[in-house]
Design a binder for this molecule. Structure first.
Ligand code: AMP
Ligand code: GLY
Length: 434
């Protein structure tokens, strides 16, 4: 009998998960929004509150799910994995307590310090905004100001980069954050490494570089991520294999110190002049990073899930040695003042034609509204295209060609994955390393 798998979540990341699973199992999905890409791949799609454990469990039971994959952080924070496990549906995703590695940044840093996890920056935690402001005044150097709770990737302000010290204090005083982490500003190049984790076992995937800033040239406010690329190998063009290995050691030490973690452990790293530092951990795949990783995963993702659910060792992972470039199309004005309600004009056939001959082009839907007369944008990231090819540049061209039909009302960071921007990353690290 084939496994029945329930996917929780309706973004681009979850569309990539659905694509990785659909041929191998009976796939069902539920999410707060109806994602047309996932709905097409799944045998059933239920629109429900994905952060309500009872609704998710009820749907899992109604479809006879053996395994569930929880995509986003909000359901994990709400205890959806705990409820599924309790109902006898193995959740590939950490329980609420373990998900604190992402959902509570104060916990995350203390956990690193208490367990001697390498790569932890200097930090202090506060439960009083005025005390945090005093610390900003006294600290010798630039700080990153982080609300302890979830903010969809948009809560951090970095002094000396995005804001002045005075603006950071004003930001804190005007917010309603009750707990704040202040930490040493890390300078360098960011990269992501994601790992599958179960029963103390860990299998790593290639590094990916996301682009958080809204506008080309890394200008503007932080977003959920505008796009990302990976190379044909585990490391990225600006880093060495030893840098990648340093990040993997951090993930290994973290899994050793976490009790009973399962699912994806996502490390966000900064390659600095002094080596690899941890920007944060996430308790799930990255979005967009999942769209880089899963299309080149040659090992069946279902085999990973089944091994995890049985307590067996995880399979060794094989990857297609090709580069990927992912670009998100977002509504005009995103993230500050997004205008939704635009009809999406890109179509999957034209995206696929873009790659004819020299690679693959994939289209992943994210926060769109699937209406009778077409697919419309909401106020969040709309859809992503991913080019897969022998080099980052070739993958970038495929992604751009696939985006050619994108109409008005949508915006793309065209610089992601271009030779120019990748070279700037390489130069930046060379300059830091002297
Ligand atoms: P986070 O929500 O922790 O992922 O932070 C969002 C973004 O803020 C990161 O991707 C970094 O670009 C930036 N950031 C977070 N912490 C630091 C830090 N200690 N130093 C410099 N930048 C940081
Ligand atoms: N790409 C950043 C995140 O998923 O949090």
């Amino acid at each position: 009998m084939p496994e029945t798998v329930l996917l929780v979540g309706g973004g681009g990341r979850e569309h990539a998960i659905a694509r990785a699973l659909a041929d191998d199992c009976a796939l069902y999905a539920c999410a707060s929004n109806r994602n047309p890409g996932i709905a097409r791949l799944a045998e059933g799609f239920e629109k429900l509150d994905e952060t309500d454990p009872e609704s998710v469990v009820a749907y899992a039971e109604s479809v006879g799910a053996d395994i569930a994959v929880v995509g986003p952080e909000a359901p994990l924070a709400a205890g959806v994995a705990d409820a599924l496990d309790a109902a006898g549906v193995y959740a590939f995703g950490p329980r609420e307590e373990q998900a604190r590695i992402e959902t509570d940044k104060a916990f995350q840093r203390r956990f690193m310090r208490d367990n001697d996890i390498p790569g932890c920056p200097d930090f202090e935690t506060f439960d009083d905004v005025e005390a945090a402001c005093e610390y900003i005044d006294e600290y010798d150097g630039d700080l990153a100001v982080k609300p302890a709770g979830l903010t969809g990737g948009k809560g951090v302000r970095v002094i000396g980069d995005q804001v002045t010290a005075a603006e950071a204090k004003e930001y804190l005083r005007e917010s309603d954050y009750d707990r704040v982490v202040l930490e040493e500003r890390l300078v360098g190049e960011e990269f992501t490494v994601q790992a599958f984790v179960a029963a103390g076992d860990l299998k790593v995937t290639p590094a990916v570089q996301d682009h958080k800033r809204a506008y080309e040239g890394d200008e503007g406010p932080n977003t959920g991520g505008m796009g990302s690329y990976s190379d044909d190998d585990f490391a990225l063009p600006f880093m060495t294999d030893a840098d990648y290995g340093e990040a993997v050691s951090v993930l290994e030490a973290t899994v050793d110190a976490l009790d009973g973690y399962k699912g994806v452990l996502y490390g966000q790293f900064m390659l600095t002049a002094d080596g690899v530092r941890v920007v944060e951990f996430n308790a799930r795949f990255g979005d967009p990073e999942a769209m880089n990783t899963l299309p080149v995963l040659e090992t069946s993702f279902l085999d990973v899930l089944v091994a995890a659910s049985r307590g067996d060792p995880l399979p060794d992972l094989a990857f297609d040695a090709r580069a990927t470039v992912c670009k998100y199309a977002v509504p005009a004005g995103y993230p500050e003042d997004p205008e939704g309600g635009t009809r999406v004009t890109v179509d999957e056939e034209s995206a696929a034609r873009a790659a004819e001959g020299d690679g693959d082009a994939l289209l992943f839907y994210a926060s769109v509204d699937d209406r009778e007369d077409g697919v419309y944008t909401t106020t969040s990231r709309s859809f992503a295209v991913v080019g897969v090819a022998g080099t980052v540049s070739a993958a970038e061209r495929i992604a751009e060609d696939a985006l050619a039909g994108v109409g008005d009302g949508l915006r793309v960071r065209h610089d992601i994955g271009t030779a120019d921007l990748v070279q700037r990353r390489i130069d930046h690290v060379e300059e830091l390393r002297g």
